[in-house]
Design a protein around this ligand. Structure first.
Ligand code: FEO
Length: 171
């Protein structure tokens, strides 16, 4: 593997762990606000982000590359509304998609077809991540102003369960 690609993947491990940290902060906010369903949703989201980091880490190991764990930035955790973390999540997922695309483009330039193939799972995953985040924003905008509807939304979020992503399923 070219050093440029290994460096980008190491940076992505950090970005995914930051995502986990960010979503854990969102979970804390909702827990403190009494929306424990939303807190559950973001706790699971944080676990998924940790998994994404592990998938990149595993790929580096499989390729005989060194894993470099850098410091994780402190997330900004001041919010003015229930909607705000959801909008930040959508914005963040779009940013993560741009990072995945950047690695993909670098792999393409290097004719690193193995890495392109590896990244295809993340390309699909980012579509799902953005779609889910967009749905969370839309539903809060539509129904979040009504206490009974918000209660129902929170209950729906409470029902989310963790599933191991397929690249880690045989670990
Ligand atoms: Fe690791 Fe939410 O993308």
């Amino acid at each position: 593997m070219k050093d440029t690609i290994a460096k980008l993947i190491n940076e992505q491990i950090n970005a995914e762990l930051y995502s986990a940290y960010l979503y854990l902060a969102f979970a804390d906010y909702y827990e403190e606000e009494g929306l424990s369903g939303y807190a559950n949703y973001f706790e699971i989201q944080a676990a998924e982000e940790r998994d994404h980091a592990l998938i990149f880490r595993k790929y580096l190991h499989e390729n005989g590359e060194k894993v470099h764990l850098a410091a994780i930035e402190q997330p900004d955790v001041t919010f003015n509304s229930f909607l705000e973390p959801l909008e930040k999540a959508l914005e963040h997922e779009k940013f993560v998609t741009s990072l995945i695309n950047k690695i993909y483009a670098a792999a393409y330039d290097e004719h690193d077809f193995r890495t392109m193939n590896f990244l295809n799972w993340f390309v699909d995953e980012q579509l799902e991540e953005e779609d889910n985040a967009d749905t969370m924003v839309t539903r809060m905008k539509l129904f979040g102003g009504d206490a009974k509807a918000l209660y129902d939304l929170d209950n729906e979020c409470a029902a989310r369960v963790y599933t191991t992503p397929s690249p880690l399923a045989n670990e």
